[in-house]
Design a protein around this ligand. Structure first.
Ligand SMILES: C[S@@+](CC[C@H](N)C(=O)[O-])C[C@H]1O[C@@H](n2cnc3c(N)ncnc32)[C@H](O)[C@@H]1O
Length: 292
């Protein structure tokens, strides 16, 4: 059983990216922010089994809250945080300094990491393979980073496992339109990406010479009772507008905005009777390089 606990009190979260929202995000990239907490930190630490003095590489570190939580959980652990976006790596380093934790934060692409193969005692990678062109090759790269006996933990979604219900017919239309449009955009950019990405990781890591230890589903549910407050709709509008801002997508923006506006109006009409349910699935794969 996984230690998932939905909460709103984490100090490092960006409040704009908290919602689990398959209406506006195809890759579920906002999901993780919604459920990282102390129990999840303990779960990751106990799976990776890092000791003080060892090196953990977090590939695709994002805003760094994970890195700080893990470094605080194991004093003396050397956390190397890598992200393709230099500002995120810098933000991670600064976040660590704010709480007295020194993180080695590097800007780098997973496919050409500035890190020696076999130099890590553990590797963590969450929600990153879904963004790269060849996730299988990327999984091999991750596997190559760990020493014999070292562990790799990879978390990726199964996009076939999304569930959505809205008591509003306009909501069901907005979901269908959003899902189809986001899928089309994603497929145009990454035609080779398997929709069930998370379930493939185990075989990719095995092919890369690691022993798989476990595959665990992380179910991430979200339910709303009562019409959402204006902030929810504003956040959805912003995300859809940002996602549709690329030249190849801009023609889809008016239909998405109209569907969302109709949904908001219908939800407001329903008031206290409004219900919306979402459910998404991530898979956490743990593997270990055989000791010599
Ligand atoms: C969904 S976020 C996850 C952030 C972090 N793992 C967490 O759980 O908080 C994915 C991160 O991977 C980074 N990323 C995407 N492609 C990458 C690549 N090829 N190499 C390194 N980082 C990458 C993005 O910049 C983003 O910060």
């Amino acid at each position: 059983m996984l230690p998932l606990e939905i909460g709103y009190s984490r100090r490092f979260c960006n409040p704009m990216s908290r919602d689990i929202d398959a209406l506006t995000s195809w890759t579920l990239k906002h999901l993780r922010d919604r459920w990282w907490d102390a129990r999840w930190t303990r779960w990751v630490s106990s799976h990776l089994r890092c000791d003080p003095g060892e090196t953990l590489i977090h590939v695709g570190c994002g805003n760094g809250e994970v890195d700080v939580a893990l470094a605080l959980a194991t004093p003396g652990l050397r956390v190397v945080s890598v992200d393709i976006h230099a500002p995120r790596a810098r933000h991670t380093r600064d976040l660590g300094l704010d709480v007295g934790v020194r993180l080695a934060a590097l800007a780098g692409d997973l496919r050409a990491l500035p890190v020696a193969p076999g130099s890590a005692d553990a590797v963590l990678c969450i929600g990153v393979l879904q963004h790269v062109g060849d996730p299988e090759a990327a999984a091999h790269t991750l596997a190559g980073l760990v020493r014999p006996g070292g562990r790799v933990l990879v978390v990726e979604p199964d996009l076939e496992a999304c569930y959505w219900y809205s008591a509003s017919p306009a909501g069901m239309r907005a979901w269908t339109l959003g899902r189809d449009t986001l899928a089309r955009w994603h497929h145009a950019e990454r035609p080779e990406m398997p929709r069930r990405l998370g379930v493939h990781v185990v075989s990719w890591l095995r092919d890369a010479g690691l022993d798989p230890l476990s595959v665990e589903p992380l179910a991430v549910p979200e339910a709303r009772l009562g019409a959402p407050p204006p902030g929810v709709w504003e956040a959805r509008e912003r995300r859809l507008a940002a996602a549709a801002s690329a030249p190849a997508r801009i023609a889809d923006a008016p239909a998405l905005a109209a569907a969302l506006a109709a949904y908001q109006a219908d939800a407001d009409r329903q008031g206290a009777a409004f219900v919306e349910v979402q459910h998404a699935l991530l898979l956490a794969t743990l593997a270990q390089r055989p000791a010599p």
